[in-house]
Design a protein around this ligand. Structure first.
Ligand SMILES: O=C(CO)[C@H](O)[C@H](O)COP(=O)(O)O
Length: 217
């Protein structure tokens, strides 16, 4: 299981230190939540922050776009150092085109679904994606409670993945802690995002190591 600490819950006044800490703790991914105040009712940060932290990490920069019109941001985020670009199915009528655009920009393409969106809408996209992100809370804010009803959705997606012999990652995001991560792994998840569980702790390194430990890494 790969761990992706979400910098949404980091100390923005010491972001460089927090990013370097996640590398030191062994986190393979860094999750970067980009919010526009329209697609979700919150604002976070964008391309300048991504560009600013890129020199301080060799991790996979996993950018989750919670924005309307995501097609307008693909090229600039790729140029700023994104490795994975995750776009919401619900954010555009042209999800197939945006995923193509991400691949053309040289990044891995990820499609994201909200808790209210079924996996069946992904049927025609699964051959072209590197990852699917299943939101386990409604997007927009850190620190929310994991939605257990999402476990059957992860299982359903994993079944389709196995039936079709595909190899995309299944990522989960929201309310992940040392218990919920195990449930998600058993259901088929391969990457877990964790924000408040890591950063709202007095020992974030220990928390990242704990997530690896409980998932067998
Ligand atoms: O996408 C997000 C919010 O929309 C965050 O990545 C997610 O909420 C992580 O925070 P936490 O682990 O505290 O739930």
């Amino acid at each position: 299981m790969k761990i992706a600490p979400s910098i949404l819950s980091a100390d923005f006044a010491n972001l460089k230190n927090d990013v370097e800490m996640t590398t030191q703790a062994g986190a393979e991914y860094l999750h970067i939540d980009i919010m526009d105040g329209h697609f979700v009712p919150n604002l976070s940060f964008g391309e300048p922050i991504l560009r600013a932290i890129r020199p301080y990490s060799k991790q996979v920069f996993d950018c989750h776009l919670m924005v309307d019109n995501p097609e307008e941001y693909i090229a600039i985020l790729a140029d700023a150092g994104a490795d994975v670009l995750g776009v919401h199915y619900e954010a555009t009528p042209h999800i197939h085109r945006v995923l193509q655009q991400i691949k053309e920009a040289g990044c891995e393409a990820e499609v994201v679904i909200n808790p209210g969106t079924p996996v069946t809408v992904l049927e025609d996209l699964l051959e072209m994606v590197d990852a699917v992100l299943i939101m386990t809370v409604n997007p927009g804010f850190g620190g929310q409670k994991f939605l257990p009803s999402m476990l059957s959705k992860i299982q359903a997606l994993n079944q389709i993945k196995n039936d079709r012999k595909l190899s995309f990652d299944i990522e989960v995001d929201g309310g992940i802690n040392s218990e919920t991560i195990k449930q998600c792994q058993q259901a088929g998840a391969t990457i877990a995002v964790a924000g408040s569980f890591v950063f709202n702790s007095t020992d974030p390194i220990e928390k990242i190591q704990l997530l690896h430990k409980v998932t067998g890494d």
